[in-house]
Design a binder for this molecule. Structure first.
Ligand SMILES: [Zn+2]
Length: 167
């Protein structure tokens, strides 16, 4: 059980059966603490040669692995806006989204939160690439020789894009 205390009143949470699901409920105020996957937005950035830009993670989890560029959505943020913002923060460039590649379930690190990973395709429309601190490198890879990436959802997104572009 990842959470022990009620976020509303601070009393103890207990596991209860609610709508045929095990959920956390507060013993004092009755608040049901629904657990939802966290949404992320990523962009598979393509260039004119049909190559994909991947970044190398400088932070845990999975530090040192290649990754698709993107990150977590803010509470009130449309995933398209989150995708453009994350690319600007991570790489310093403005990106134009060109399509939706797909939506993939995953989780963030060992024992981490479930995530809903929304992957767009996109192109750089302005600026020079200047990687931020949470990235220790980037590289353009041809679609047919991609390295292993950090998250299964990223892998699925790349596989899907490959199929889309093969048509
Ligand atoms: Zn409570």
């Amino acid at each position: 059980m990842k959470y022990s205390f009620c976020p509303k009143c601070g009393d103890k949470l207990k596991s209860v059966n609610h709508e045929n699901k095990t959920r956390l409920q507060c013993s004092a105020c009755g608040f049901i603490f629904y657990q939802n996957a966290k949404p992320t937005a990523s962009v598979l950035i393509e260039n004119d040669k049909g190559e994909i830009l991947l970044t190398r993670r400088a932070i845990e989890p999975l530090k040192g692995y290649w990754d698709t560029a993107g990150g977590f959505c803010e509470e009130d943020e449309h995933p398209e806006d989150a995708a453009r913002r994350e690319i600007k923060e991570e790489l310093g460039v403005d990106v134009e989204l060109t399509g939706l590649v797909g939506i993939f379930m995953d989780y963030y690190g060992d024992g981490g939160d479930w995530t809903i990973n929304i992957h767009y395709s996109g192109r750089i429309k302005g600026g020079d690439i200047k990687p931020a601190d949470d990235i220790d490198g980037y590289e353009w890879f041809p679609l047919d020789s991609l390295p292993e990436v950090a998250f299964e959802s990223g892998q699925s997104a790349l596989d899907t894009l490959k199929k889309m572009r093969a048509k």
